[in-house]
Write a protein that binds this ligand. Structure first.
Ligand code: UDP
Length: 402
């Protein structure tokens, strides 16, 4: 099990000592985190490292999962999409299932913690069912700058009950929400199996195991099979790139247990990939495997993130940490991580041609790619590592509890 000292070589002793100093005031406090999946997607990825480190530094932190039926997750995915701007048909039945699932959790989960952190819309209404005896914080990882109005009006009364909302981007703050809104950027764990250094031997062996040939440059997008991640757009970009440079495209997407749309999108992309390019140079992977993701991010010539919306986009920081250059859409949390032309390229999410040109530029200029990769790693070291996230949370806890 990793401990906070293990990060000394990466972030320096000053950061480690600062974390202990901030934690000291909070000893004896008991925190509860609630989300809706242990596995798949950025929230579970972050929590699995974060919870261990909080406990390691002496802040007792529990992690509970809101269990739901497939119906429930269909509805909350609809909410997720609607919070990102897609119109939603919010029926009485959907509201009922949403609230009922939360009420069931309340019946079997007893909360006596000093502070509760609730992630995203799935467990948002839980707060309504408890007799509130401590501060509650809503941690929203989604871009809520332009939500479907009906859904926002339905969810807002629950958010009003919270003592703070934490968002991932200054741009997501809501004028019509009179609750304290704090910005905390997400972060990656440099020592997790997904991000830890790998030898060339392990990388090659892992890629062989998943039938990923490395005889041509690899272009990769790693994302849940979700239309917001625009995998179809990536296929079109690849078609243009392939006219200039012989290369392979890897789309790697696991299925999050709280995202029921994945399989449908996967099938659709598979059909489109077969229509578009018959050479076998498009590889669709569907595996929940951190070493595979790590190997792909290290071995790829370019990582692409062609999202239409992106709450933050941990995949960007993951690739940059491995010194792999990234071409990504200028949306949501992506421009927080990429300075255009410095440590990667930002493109208009609907400009396929520009995206393809930027990928080609990187494929044809290894020195530029290397320079951007190096700058990318330093950007992540300074701003997007889990040790910074722990410090931000300790500050937030001090503010709420002391
Ligand atoms: N991920 C993964 N396997 C996959 C696809 C995605 O492990 O096949 C991980 C990815 O490495 C990242 C997380 O899922 O850690 C996605 O987080 P991000 O913030 O990029 O997007 P989200 O899924 O939360 O919208």
């Amino acid at each position: 099990m990793r401990t906070i000292e293990d990060y000394r070589d990466i972030v320096g002793d000053g950061v480690i000592s600062n974390i202990y100093r901030k934690a000291r005031k909070l000893y004896g406090k008991h925190i509860l985190e609630i989300n809706s999946t242990y596995q798949g997607g950025g929230v579970a990825e972050m929590l699995s490292s974060f919870i261990h480190l909080m406990n390691d530094i002496g802040i007792e932190t529990d992690w509970n999962i809101l269990h739901g039926t497939p119906d429930f997750f269909e509805i909350t995915k609809l909410f997720h999409n609607a919070l990102q701007g897609k119109p939603a048909n919010l029926t009485e039945n959907k509201r009922h299932i949403y609230l009922q699932t939360n009420e069931e959790f309340y019946m079997y989960t007893h909360i006596s913690h000093d502070l509760v952190i609730v992630h995203d819309p799935q467990p948002l209404p839980l707060i309504k069912f408890y007799k509130k005896g401590q501060p509650w914080v809503w941690r929203c990882h989604i871009d809520i700058s332009n939500p479907d109005k009906n859904l926002w009006e339905f969810l807002k009364p629950f958010i009003l009950r919270y003592d703070m909302a934490i968002l991932s981007n200054e741009k997501y703050k809501k004028n019509d929400l009179p609750v304290e809104q704090k910005i905390i950027y997400p972060a990656i764990d440099p020592l997790s199996p997904k991000n830890i250094d790998l030898s060339d031997e392990v990388i090659e062996k892992t890629l062989r195991k998943f039938d990923v040939k490395t005889d041509k440059p690899l272009i990769t997008q790693i994302s849940r099979y979700d239309l917001w991640k625009d995998p179809e757009g990536v296929l079109e970009v690849f078609k243009l790139v392939k006219e200039k440079v012989d290369c392979r495209l890897i789309l790697c997407g696991s299925m999050a247990t709280d995202d029921p749309e994945g399989l449908k999108v996967y099938e659709r992309i598979k059909r489109k990939a077969n229509r578009l390019i018959r050479s076998g140079d498009i590889i669709l992977l569907n595996a929940e495997n951190n070493t595979l993701v790590n190997s792909l991010q290290r071995r790829s010539a370019v990582v692409v993130q062609k999202s239409i919306r992106e709450g933050f986009g941990l995949t960007i920081s993951e690739a940059l940490w491995k010194e792999t250059p990234v071409v990504a859409s200028n949306v949501g949390g992506i421009p927080i991580q990429i300075i255009d032309g410095e440590n990667g390229f930002l493109v208009d999410p609907y400009d396929i041609k520009d995206c393809a040109n930027k990928v080609i530029t990187l494929l044809q200029n290894p020195a530029l790619a290397e320079d951007m990769g190096k700058k990318g790693k330093e950007m992540v070291r300074k701003n997007f590592l889990i040790t910074r996230l722990v410090q931000d949370y300790l500050d937030m806890l001090s503010q709420m509890l002391l």
